[in-house]
Write a protein that binds this ligand. Structure first.
Ligand code: 3NM
Length: 209
């Protein structure tokens, strides 16, 4: 599978005055290649509502929607797949519930976790946090660019997305280290012009190539 250039994740805390749908429309207009609904704060029935809303929107742009944590909601809205953390349900159990065609992404913070996720059938991994971030609670210490380099040398069969503290100003180092997909949360949805931010990020890849 291919993740494209910019993997976008929702972060409603960064735009309290703007509706989720409006911000995510901008994100899609900007050219996000994949979108994840990540909502650790609201009750499941509200997450479900947002999932239906975002699925319709992503379908318009033919961009896959990934649901963080909620396998049942991913199945119900026919999302492209789920994203899970190290502490969440085991990959094997998620796979059994989702079937072979849905995507499973796993957050990893080191090469052993990456190899483990691949061996157990993950479709892609998140690699981070590259830098310090305030966006995720209980996040581990930054793994740095070294982790990206390790992933590149390990020649995994599955793709990875670099995440955590990535901003337009440090993006070039992340790309130079070998990332071909990046995720930025606060830098995109925390900006008044998410589409512009994404376009800038996509452009950064063409400068590095
Ligand atoms: N996962 P920002 S870091 C959701 O390392 C998430 O697994 C991470 O937000 C991981 O771009 C992170 O604002 C937050 O730093 C990324």
């Amino acid at each position: 599978m291919k993740l494209g250039r910019v993997y976008a994740i929702t972060g409603e805390q960064f735009h309290p005055q703007r509706p989720l749908e409006e911000v995510m429309r901008d994100v899609l207009e900007g050219g996000a290649s994949i979108v994840q609904l990540r909502d650790k704060k609201n009750a499941p029935h509200l997450v479900r509502e947002k999932a239906f809303q975002l699925k319709a929107l992503c379908d318009l742009y033919q961009v896959p929607l990934i649901i963080n944590d909620y396998i049942d909601i991913a199945i119900e809205v026919d999302a492209a797949g789920v994203h899970l953390g190290q502490e969440d349900v085991a990959i094997e159990k998620a796979r059994a519930e989702l079937g072979p065609s849905k995507l499973i992404g796993i957050s990893t913070h080191g090469i052993e976790q990456a190899m483990d996720a691949q061996r157990r059938g993950a479709d892609y991994i998140g690699a981070g946090p590259i830098y310090d971030t305030q966006t995720k609670e209980d996040v581990v210490a930054p793994v740095g660019l070294g982790y990206i380099k390790e992933l590149v040398s390990a020649e995994l069969r599955i793709p990875f997305v670099a995440i955590g503290g990535i901003k337009l100003h440090n993006l070039h180092e992340v790309i130079e280290a070998g990332a071909s997909t990046v995720c930025m949360v606060s830098e995109i949805v925390g900006n008044e012009r998410p589409a512009h931010q994404i376009q800038q990020a996509i452009q950064a890849f063409s400068y590095e190539e």
